[in-house]
Design a protein around this ligand. Structure first.
Ligand code: ATP
Ligand code: MG
Ligand code: MG
Ligand code: MG
Length: 563
């Protein structure tokens, strides 16, 4: 017996107008159709219909995580600060962390992600190589004080994530756990009916090396990815800044390294270049320990040697000039290895279109802004490099022009390696009786965000339009008429329920058929069954929510079709 929900008793209030603050389709529709309610900025209440969709997604995630041997646990969201201090993330996360104190004044935080705590759990529970490998997961509420909570449940400050963690004694084991997750994620997103791409990504605050993202293309997405139409290359454009390699000119014309003195200082370098030490220079690229820290280009950006000298320990400075600093774009380009770096371009005039510029802070520590506009969001002096990948730039794998698309990050998988195991000295006793350091992976899916991503990808001009697996019901049965139709509809609903079909039946009295149809289309259950004029003769009308195709069926035919 599947559930029969009666609209007359369901707590759902549909709205005709978009909420004033809603910019994105999912936000507008999920609020208007009565799935979610805003409690505060980035903090959401799941109403009955929304909770159903959320739980359907969570169920698919659980089934596929269980299928790869994941064991479900539940860790607290309220966490002591010490483990995060040990890993350095208490500082690193900066304003993103919700911090609080208990009555005794001790420091706590609300967990943004749980690598530290999982590492401690396994350290406590596993002591021998025989206890590994292990995959643990939870579906749990996370807290991040996002700078711009927007787009409804797409970016919450409180949100639900499936996070899992793998623990292995060997690199091969980690690679296997990573592959298992990759496969499980493909099955999950397939089953949910999401259109998605797997792209190379950066590891960000997680640390670690290999990492891929699962992106759901949608205009409301806050990520931009480069996609090659000719081969399988795809990467988040974020990956560009972090994969930035020392410019070696290998791909684009000569970049000349100056023969610098043994212990270079700004003065000796200035002398070498034949300019005063206070000079401001164009056509100049400055690297410190292999990292680019300043770029001077023809036009409105230049390097002030005097200022640089104040900030840099002289011995660290290495100056490089690029011969091909002609024109206003295409100033510096670089390519790197297997993670696939696209063309990197330092631009002279960073007033680039929002959504295509990424700014990396001077200290390269998490000062990572997106969708920025120079002058409005940052001072040129504060930040030193701007990286832009543009539509049509050559694919690093095959040279074909790349396409750029907007997308929503729905999942992210990382091979962390031994970063957290090192922090917490997570060892197990190996086969030879010696301690072996454990290697880890961490893997996330935005479960609440997936509701929004699905809404974005599947909605049409009439409203939400869920794929069957996640829909809050299999069929929306509309009693379109007087008491007789309502009675008949409730009878059909019972029969459908008994046949295992999940029914939402609109049995509301005093609501016109027109309003009921509009609501049915807004709510977005995949099949709409109408008990109308001919229902007394036992004839119903079945309408496909997506295609609008209609056909007349007897009650028995409808039950056979829907079950
Ligand atoms: P984003 O780039 O969108 O800020 P992230 O890279 O910071 O996401 P991860 O740390 O990789 O996120 O977390 C794993 C998953 O959790 C993400 O892939 C995403 O689906 C989800 N997620 C992250 N932040 C939020 C949020 N604020 N609201 C809803 N879901 C989120
Ligand atoms: Mg984030
Ligand atoms: Mg991200
Ligand atoms: Mg991520």
């Amino acid at each position: 017996m599947a559930q029969v929900q009666r609209m007359s008793r369901l707590m759902v209030k549909t709205l005709r107008d978009d909420p004033a603050d809603a910019e994105t389709l999912n936000h507008k529709l999920l609020v208007r159709a009565g799935y979610v309610r805003r409690t505060a900025a980035g903090i959401w209440t799941w109403l009955p219909l929304g909770k159903k969709v959320y739980e359907n997604i969570a169920r698919v995630v659980r089934e596929e995580m269980d299928a790869i041997g994941g064991q479900e646990v539940l860790l607290p969201a309220l966490l002591p600060k010490e483990p995060y201090e040990e890993s350095g993330r208490y500082e690193e996360y900066g304003d993103l962390l919700f911090r609080l104190k208990d009555r005794k004044g001790a420091d706590y935080l609300l967990g943004p992600t749980h690598e530290e705590i999982f590492t401690q759990v396994v350290k406590d529970q596993c002591s021998s190589y025989k206890d590994l490998p292990v995959i643990l997961y939870q579906i749990q509420t996370k807290y991040r004080d996002e700078a711009r909570p927007r787009a409804g449940v797409l970016r919450g400050r409180e949100f639900q994530m499936k996070d899992s963690y793998s623990f292995d004694t060997t690199d091969e084991g980690l690679a296997e756990a990573y592959a298992l997750h990759r496969g499980a994620y493909q099955r999950i997103f397939e089953r949910l009916g999401l259109d998605y791409r797997i792209v190379s990504a950066i590891s960000g605050a997680m640390g670690g090396s290999a990492s891929e993202e699962f992106l759901a293309p949608a205009p409301a997405g806050e990520d931009t990815f480069a996609d090659c139409p000719a081969c399988d290359y795809a990467a988040n454009t974020e990956a560009v800044t972090f994969a930035l390699a020392p410019v070696d000119g290998s791909a684009h014309g000569p970049v000349e390294e100056l023969d610098t003195p043994d212990t270079p200082t700004i003065e000796t370098l200035a002398e070498h270049l034949g300019v005063p030490a206070s000079a401001t220079l164009k056509n100049l690229l400055v690297k410190v320990d292999g990292e680019i820290v300043a770029v001077g280009v023809p036009g409105d950006r230049e390097v002030d040697l005097g200022k640089l000298g104040e900030h840099l320990a002289p011995a660290e400075v290495e100056l490089v000039t690029a011969e091909d600093f002609e024109g206003r774009d295409d100033l510096v380009r670089g390519y790197v290895g297997p993670q696939g770096l696209e063309k990197v371009r330092y631009i002279a005039d960073p007033r680039v279109a929002p959504g295509t510029a990424w700014i990396t802070g001077a200290n390269k520590q998490d000062k990572h802004a997106k969708n920025v506009v120079c002058g409005r969001d940052f001072e040129v002096d504060q930040y030193l490099d701007v990286v832009v990948v543009e539509e049509g730039d050559p694919c690093p794998a095959c040279g074909t022009g790349l396409r750029l698309d907007r997308a929503i990050e729905i999942g992210h998988i990382f091979q962390l390696g031994r970063k957290y195991a090192d922090t917490f000295q997570l060892d197990v006793l190996g086969k030879e009786g010696k301690p072996v350091r454990v290697t880890m992976g961490s893997y996330g899916i935005g479960v609440s965000r997936a509701v929004a991503a699905l809404a974005e990808q599947t909605a049409d001009d009439k409203g939400l339009c869920w794929p069957k697996e996640v829909a809050p019901a299999d069929v929306h049965l509309v009693a379109a008429g007087k008491a007789l139709q309502t009675e008949l509809a409730l009878d059909v609903a019972e029969k459908l329920g008994a046949a295992g079909v999940r029914v939402l039946v609109d049995d509301r009295a005093g609501v016109s058929p027109g309003v009921k149809f509009t609501d049915a289309e807004l709510i977005g259950v995949p099949q709409i069954l109408v008990a109308g004029r001919r229902s007394a003769e036992g004839v119903l009308e079945l309408k496909d929510r997506r295609t609008g195709e209609r056909e007349e069926l007897t009650v028995d035919e409808a039950i056979a079709r829907l079950s």
